[in-house]
Write a protein that binds this ligand. Structure first.
Ligand code: KG4
Ligand code: ZN
Length: 354
């Protein structure tokens, strides 16, 4: 396994990422180029802009990943690339690059599902983590509870009926006038440390539904109404120039939002653990991954759920929770070893065929 070398490429959303990972899980390089200023300027991901930014960055990012790992394309065993879900304009940039390399150097290609990669990177982090396991995947676009029976065998226990938790963090952060450059989630987590989590009474979503699904659209609206009813003009007054009292109000809203957002996660996860243990009594691990899993408050609270149920929490370090190339390369390795990959493209095939 140690002589297997995988290049992973990820362009599904706003980060252009690449990494080289060895078959035994050794990370040889990891490069991420994010579109921070674009996000601030456009207030979110604008597909056409994101595509252009990916196109501009991709060659350099991949080259740096190879250079940092001290390898050339000739040393690679295969190329793994995210094929979905995500913005198709953006995905194409990564797929195009992967096919070009694969064609020139006669390398197999492994198409990777972005959410499977968020889940499986936990097996790189913890080598004892065998199937079956329960996973909560929380990002900007997805909120999933899955029972992983084996590689490629996943049963979905719950999903969001509207927004994902990351979207609620991002919009709330924006409405609170926070600095979005490092992402709304981290900014809100930081501000919440200064606030009283019981100051604003937000209601917990979906309590009457005894299932494992999520809903964050209503909570998002509650945050907006709380801001409006307190007459703080967050549009023209960024947090950095807010008065002390104004800042405290915003911090209270942030902390109260976070408490309820995570309480909603806890309630659904507790039920999912019960369901999962009925189906698979041998489960030992509870995996929590995706961008929002880099949040310390989230980690602490979900660890309590794990412990209460006799499970071990596996939460990758923050830079493997947010979008990255390592998780794509690693998932590529898992599939490649299982014999699931595409042969190198024929020399006369177009590069952007998907
Ligand atoms: O997995 P990810 O990097 O990209 C997607 O696949 O969507 O997740 C991005 C999401 C964003 O909504 C971002 O605000 C959120 O993860 N996020 C956080 C934190 N760090 C990133 N949310 C809350 N607290 C954080 N510390
Ligand atoms: Zn992601």
């Amino acid at each position: 396994r140690a002589d297997l070398l995988m290049l992973g490429i990820e362009t599904s959303c706003d980060d252009t990422a690449a990494a080289v990972v060895r078959g035994d899980g050794e990370i040889l390089s990891q490069v991420v180029s994010s579109q921070e200023d674009l996000l601030v300027r456009w207030g979110g991901v604008a597909p056409k802009m994101a595509e252009e930014a990916h196109s501009l960055a991709i060659d350099q990012v991949v080259q740096k990943a190879l250079d940092d790992a001290n390898v050339s394309e000739n040393d690679l065993s295969a190329v793994a690339v995210t094929v979905g879900p995500g913005l198709s304009l953006c995905l194409r940039v990564g797929v195009h690059k992967a096919r070009k390399i694969a064609k020139s150097f006669r390398l197999p290609i492994v198409g990777v599902h972005h959410m499977e990669a968020h889940a499986l990177v936990s097996r790189l982090v913890n080598k004892d983590l065998d199937f079956p396991f329960l996973a909560l995947l929380i990002s900007g676009g997805h909120n999933l509870l899955v029972l992983a029976h084996g590689l490629g065998q996943y049963v979905q226990l719950g999903t969001t009926i509207d927004d994902a938790i990351g979207e609620a963090y991002d919009k709330s952060a924006r409405w609170l006038g926070l600095d979005m450059r490092k992402g709304g989630g981290p900014a809100l987590e930081q501000l919440a440390l200064e606030g009283d989590p019981n100051a604003v009474k937000f209601s917990v979503p979906m309590r009457q539904h005894k299932d494992c699904n999520f809903s964050y659209a209503g909570l998002k609206t509650q945050v907006r109404l709380a801001i409006e009813s307190r007459n703080i003009s967050t549009d023209d007054v960024p947090i950095s120039s807010a008065t002390k009292d104004d800042r405290q109000i915003r911090a209270n809203i942030a902390a109260s939002f976070q408490r309820v957002a995570v309480l909603h996660l806890e309630e659904r996860c507790q039920r999912a653990v019960e369901w999962a243990l009925k189906m698979e009594p041998s489960i030992k691990y509870f995996v929590v991954s995706g961008g929002v899993a880099s949040n310390q408050y989230v980690r602490t609270h979900l660890n309590q759920i794990a412990e209460k149920n006799g499970l071990q929490l596996v939460c990758p370090p923050p830079r493997l929770c947010t979008d990255n190339g390592v998780m794509i390369a690693w998932t590529g390795i898992e599939h490649f070893i299982a014999g699931r990959f595409d042969e190198p493209p024929a020399v006369d095939e177009p590069d952007d065929m998907q």
